[in-house]
Design a protein around this ligand. Structure first.
Ligand code: FES
Length: 114
């Protein structure tokens, strides 16, 4: 039996090395939803300041949505959501904001940037 809700912790910073904060969200657990779909829902319904990479290929190919999910590098568009998730940027040193790292000018969703 699947849990009815999932706990999503997002490590948020505005710059590399900043102490930042952890935002915690409780969302419905939908096993066939991806991590990226959860982020899109959170952005659309709960927090318009959340920054993460907008989907590009949405097939796990381009790497635009790469981030750490529970400590492991994963492509958010092809990783199923889990009942408990800690989401962090892929590389702290190249951090732009929240889950966005510098990838050479790709689009950013959130914080008024699109
Ligand atoms: S959007 Fe291309 S790998 Fe996720």
């Amino acid at each position: 039996m699947s849990p009815e809700s999932a706990r999503v912790e997002i490590i948020r910073r505005d710059a590399p090395g900043e102490a930042g904060r952890v935002d915690v969200f409780t969302v419905p657990f939908v096993p066939d939803k991806t991590v990226l779909q959860v982020l899109l829902d959170l952005f659309g319904e709960r927090d318009r300041s959340l920054a993460f990479r907008r989907q590009r290929c949405n097939r796990g190919v381009c790497g635009a949505c790469l981030m750490r999910v529970n400590g492991q590098a994963k492509r958010a568009c092809s990783t199923p959501m889990m009942p408990a998730m800690v989401l962090e940027p892929a590389q702290e040193g190249d951090l732009v904001k929240d889950l966005v790292v510098d990838q050479g000018g790709r689009d950013i969703l959130g914080n008024g940037i699109s």
